[in-house]
Design a binder for this molecule. Sequence first.
Ligand SMILES: O=C(CO)COP(=O)(O)O
Length: 250
Amino acid sequence: MRLKLAAGNWKMNGTGGDLHVLTELAQRHTHPACELLICPPATLLHRAAQAVEGAEIAVGGQDCHPQGNGAYTGDISAQMLIDAGASAVILGHSERRQYHAEADETVCAKALAAQAAGLTVIVCVGESLAQREAAETLQVIAGQIAGSVPDLASGNALVIAYEPIWAIGTGLVPDTGQIAEVHDFMRTRLQDRFGAEIGGQIRLLYGGSVKATNAEEIFAVPNVDGALVGGASLTAADFSPIVRALESST
Ligand SMILES: O=C(CO)COP(=O)(O)O
């Protein structure tokens, strides 16, 4: 059984005054029937980890460097994320691929480092609108999974988030048939590569304009094991109903 995961990606949002969102979430979800993860900006990680201490909420980073330490100004290593209290990291988000020119090989190197450090890795994949319109979606996803996901000894510490670029922050969401097609395809690719057991352990999240209003429908899709939520993870009032929808889908 894969434990469902509700993950929030705060992106470049949030300062100390927003930590109350975490304490509010902790109060609302004392015994969650799914895993809860919030990935705040790196500047807030340590305080976020302290804010959720004792609660069933984990915190994670939004990126890490492949090296453990060294002359990489502005970068943060996987060990540093752990030191700050993180247990997971998002890698290869389309915004990093686009604005930081991260290729699959870079994402894979980061994933290896994060795994070695003991972090749960959330690798993001997803097609652009032009790629979808050219009927290249599955080909793009296959290439990103092959290139960004490192070899694994277990599937428990790997999560893949399918985030169509055209659905991120736009209010547009693929229909459930389109989500099912990609998630089933990812499951098959992962089981072909890693075997039925490991490939069956890897959790597959959907991300892109997930809201309280569409969560239930999305979580009913087979092979959707949770969500990676951007905008609607910034307040407890928005995120909490998504968590509840996931809990009742389990
Ligand atoms: O990019 C996302 C999460 O990583 C999705 O963002 P939105 O939920 O704001 O569309």
